[in-house]
Design a protein around this ligand. Structure first.
Ligand SMILES: Cc1ncc(C[n+]2csc(CCOP(=O)(O)OP(=O)(O)O)c2C)c(N)n1
Ligand SMILES: [Mg+2]
Length: 891
């Protein structure tokens, strides 16, 4: 009895804990992990019923997710791989330092790859499948700043020449160079995915993985177990794009997707989470989102310490130290780590008492341990039903020593002193003399060396090199060549919008025997806005799981039909996600899939303004397809107001070199442009894509004037000549729905003011501008030859006169062609913030309606002395133009 009395509360608790643990172990041993999981759930439920609410946590202890006992044996020769890895490290470093010696300020990054080398090399030796793999190629989003390492490996594999490495970041140098980052536009046989604009890689990887599933579910691609790998930085996860779509991946069960986050605890300026732990934060986020999370924190040197630490003190210490301190340790030395990490508790100090400072220093981080990384990759590849994220703890600038290892300046370190270079050489046992090292010679083993052999063999087994881009160009065209001709004759007296015409054309295309299957309609929760709900039933909405419920509208003709082989991608309210699907479909011809024809239709205001960076990347990636900016035009979209009315997307679309932009007014224009787009992209294999704006204003769609096709595509054609001749004449240009106002202005001028106006339709200012610039450039370079005439001048004539150009977009678009139309050129457009108002009110407010068009013509004639002063005065009164109206730009 007296013994029992001496038991403290703590002792009782310890005994109790032991009891429970014994029971748990017993169950685990006899019934397995699944039973234990179930028991824990029951316990939690029971506790909750009695008011004990357990804190929700999706974090696990700060140790490796995969226990030593579950690590598979390493299938390679670690020694050979280590040598290869070191040489790649060296060449990557040398490439950057050399480039900056040759031209100071050329840039480049050493420390990113230095931290990620093992993560990539294990992938290259054992996982990344090349294009010739029987299952098809893996798709890999390489971290943009790690490119020197990827080039360095390609050099060892004999895929790149030394001169190219010497010319890293000097692509225009004789002999050719290498682009700074992954750019398929610049290296179309090598890079597949631009990733350097941070956040776009992970986002796109998710939609890519889903698109591969889509192709499989629709029977357009053989099911395979290829993987989409996305390598990203821990700092990169600050970007909303990086994490914003991760629930899609788990919801869709994308076990073909693997994220590898290189957690070197640093970004550009300093620590990612100095006061916290980025890995724990990310674990919680990804676990909460339903991902399989594998933490690779500690190298195998730690295993015996953890095994010897019965009380869990070490694991607790690992958890309590913050990232800022972890970073500091690696900028110091073994003695520092002993004192500041292990020294926090005498029992921990005791744990490492038998180790030298050097041995403590050699306790590696998990991301630098090939065995641990291999175990994680293998587990990720084997995991079913959910995507995997690997959180690998590494050291930024690993191996750079005092020059950069774990220093805050390391991200931008591009120059190393002679001492640093020699240290690097020593540390990684690079077989170069000091002179060679200081000259930053690259090292490549002999062709017949075991290492070269090893490299080649492993890549051969995996199906050839990575990264690699292999476009498949199989020309195809609609079965029915006249598919799009329906609108050439106009709609008679039926009023329809260009959006309705588009939907009609799309649904015909979807039915086409040859290309119908390849069409991918993509909408971000906006199908009803564009009157596309009829397609729900016609093609189904893609849903990997089919439809597990009876839809509320099942009795209606156009019910909400989800299907495993559904064709429409209904992305939900995410333009960035929908654009990523567009890119996945539009680059499928070069990324392990089939050539596909995506049509992504969205609120035009939420396109380039919202996701311009993705649109730029689409150009880089040689994406093919059609973007449709619906509800376009600042005054055509009535009522919606300032944040909806788009009067500038064509301006934002302007800089993308291979994007063709059109603002069609009429259904036949749309048809001609779509047909030609199909021809150029899918028959000719041109690396261009299209942006078309569509309006929701209903009007009679006229018949196509004879011979207009060429002009429609070039961007300008005469739509309607003046009804009668008058002594005074002008030219009126209109685009989109504003063309109707221009046609009405033509009548006003003819009937009331004795002015003959020819009306032209401008379908593309971008195309006209490019032609003009091209022509001018040619003339500049060929002064001795007859000057070429820009298409604008050729079409409008070179006689000075008055040209008024009106559109629903900002004035700078028509201004772009002004210099090729001699005389007076007046642009009418919709600069300024939009308003909630009806169409007529908006068009008056922005000064683009028929009255303003007519008035602009008359006023310009008057200023040129071609019209009597009293006529213009009279016209102002008749047309109701207020000379003192404030400029909409300012109000
Ligand atoms: C969208 C975007 N913003 C900023 C940058 C500039 N930038 C390049 S690398 C970098 C830091 C990267 O840190 P992290 O993601 O942790 O990668 P690490 O180099 O540490 O592996 C920054 C801010 C960029 N490339 N893209
Ligand atoms: Mg980082």
């Amino acid at each position: 009895m007296s013994d029992e009395k001496t038991l403290s509360g703590e002792d009782v608790a310890a005994l109790e804990t032991q009891d429970w643990l014994d029971a748990l172990e017993d169950t685990l041993y006899t019934r397995g992990a699944e039973r234990v999981r179930r028991l824990m759930e029951d316990l939690q439920l029971h506790a909750q019923r009695h008011g004990v609410v357990l804190p929700v946590t999706s974090q696990t202890p700060y140790v490796n997710t995969i226990g030593v006992a579950h690590e598979p044996p390493y299938p390679g020769n670690q020694e050979i791989e280590r040598r290869i890895r070191r040489w790649v490290r060296w060449n990557a470093m040398a490439m950057v330092v050399r480039a900056n010696k040759a031209e100071s300020g050329i840039g480049g990054h050493i420390s990113t790859y230095a931290s990620a080398a093992t993560l990539y090399e294990v992938g290259f030796n054992h996982f990344f499948r090349g294009a010739d793999h029987p299952q098809g190629s893996d798709l890999i989003y390489f971290q943009g700043h790690a490119t020197p390492g990827i080039y360095a490996r390609a050099y060892l594999e004999g895929r790149l020449r030394e001169q190219q490495l010497i010319n890293f970041r000097r692509e225009l140098a004789p002999g050719g160079g290498l682009s700074s980052y992954p750019h398929p536009w610049l290296m179309p046989d090598f890079w597949q995915f631009p990733t350097v604009s941070m956040g776009l890689g992970p986002l796109q990887a998710i939609y890519r993985a889903r698109f591969l599933r889509y192709l499989e579910d629709r029977g357009l691609k053989e099911p395979s177990d290829t993987k989409v790998w996305a390598f990203l930085g821990d700092g990169e996860t600050d970007e909303p794009e990086s994490l914003g779509a991760i629930t899609l991946a788990s919801r869709e069960g994308l076990d073909n997707l693997i994220f590898v986050i290189n957690c070197n605890l640093q970004r550009l300026d300093g620590p990612v989470r100095g006061n916290g732990k980025i890995i724990q934060e990310l674990e919680a986020i990804f676990r909460g989102a339903g991902w399989n999370v594998i933490k690779v924190l500690w190298g195998s040197e730690w295993d015996p310490l953890l095994a010897a630490d019965g009380e869990g003190l070490l694991a607790r210490r690992m958890m309590e130290v913050v990232d800022g301190a972890y970073q500091r340790y690696k900028a110091e030395n073994g003695a520092f780590v002993r004192e500041h990490f292990f020294g926090a508790d005498p029992r921990l100090a005791q744990l490492v008492a038998h180790m030298s400072d050097d041995e403590i220093w050699e306790l590696k981080r998990g991301g630098h341990d090939a065995g641990k990384v291999y175990a994680a990759y293998k587990a990720a590849c084997d995991h079913q039903g959910a995507p995997t994220v690997i959180l690998a703890k590494t050291i930024k600038g690993y191996g750079m020593g005092p020059a950069g290892e774990a220093r805050n300046i390391t991200h931008q370190q591009k120059k190393l002193s002679e001492d640093d270079i020699l240290l690097f050489k020593e540390r990684f046992h690079i077989p170069l003399s000091d002179e060679q090292a200081l000259a930053l010679d690259f090292f490549r083993p002999a062709e017949d060396s075991v290492e070269s052999q090893y490299l080649r063999d492993h890549r051969r087994v995996l199906g050839g090199p990575q990264p690699v881009r292999r476009p498949v160009n199989v020309p195809f065209a609609p079965a029915e060549p006249d598919l799009f001709d329906e609108f050439h004759g106009g709609t008679g007296d039926r009023e329809v919008s260009t959006t309705m015409a588009f939907v009609r054309l799309l649904s015909k295309l979807l039915r086409d025997a040859k290309v119908g299957d390849r069409v991918v309609p993509i909408v971000p929760d906006e199908a009803r806005t564009f009157g596309m709900e009829g397609l729900f039933r016609q093609c189904g909405i893609y849903a990997h799981r089919g439809q597990l419920y009876e839809p509320v509208d099942h009795e209606s003709l156009m019910y909400y039909k989800e299907a495993r082989d559904g064709q429409i991608i209904e992305e939900g309210i995410t333009e960035a996600g929908a654009m990523s699907s567009f890119i996945a479909a539009g680059t499928s011809y070069a990324a392990g899939g089939q050539p596909m024809i995506p049509f992504f239709i969205y609120y035009s205001m939420f396109g380039f303004q919202r996701i311009g960076d993705l649109a730029w990347a689409a150009g880089d990636m040689r994406c093919r397809g059609f973007l449709l900016g619906g509800t376009a035009g600042r005054t055509t979209l009535a009522g919606e107001g300032l944040q909806h009315q788009d009067g500038h997307s064509h301006l934002l679309a302007l800089p993308i070199p291979n994007l063709l932009c059109y603002d069609p007014a009429y259904a036949y224009e749309l048809a001609v442009i779509l047909r030609d787009g199909m021809r150029r992209m899918y028959e000719m294999g041109e690396d261009v894509y299209y942006y078309l704006t569509l309006g929701n204003e209903n009007y009679v769609q006229p018949a196509m004037p004879d011979g207009a096709e060429d002009g429609i595509l070039k961007g300008l054609y005469r739509f309607r000549s003046a009804p009668r001749a008058h002594p005074t004449s002008v030219k009126l240009l209109g685009s989109g729905s504003i063309l109707n106002e221009v046609v009405a202005a033509q009548a006003l001028l003819d009937e009331h003011y004795g002015v003959a106006a020819d009306v032209y339709s401008v379908t593309s200012y971008k195309a006209l501008h490019r032609d003009g610039v091209d022509t001018e450039r040619w003339n500049l370079l060929h002064p001795g030859e007859a000057a070429r005439v820009p298409y604008v001048t050729e079409t409008l004539g070179d006689e000075p006169g008055v040209v008024v150009a009106a559109s629903d977009y900002v004035k700078v678009l028509p201004d772009m062609i002004a210099k090729w139309a001699p005389g007076t050129f007046v642009s009418l457009g919709t600069d300024g913030f939009g308003r909630s108002e009806g169409r007529a009110g908006l068009r008056d407010f922005f000064e683009v309606d028929r009255r303003w068009v007519a008035y602009a013509a008359l006023s310009s004639l008057a200023r040129r002395g071609e019209l009597d002063a009293e006529v213009i005065e009279k016209a102002r009164g008749e047309l109701g133009i207020d000379a003192d109206k404030p400029n909409p730009w300012y109000v």
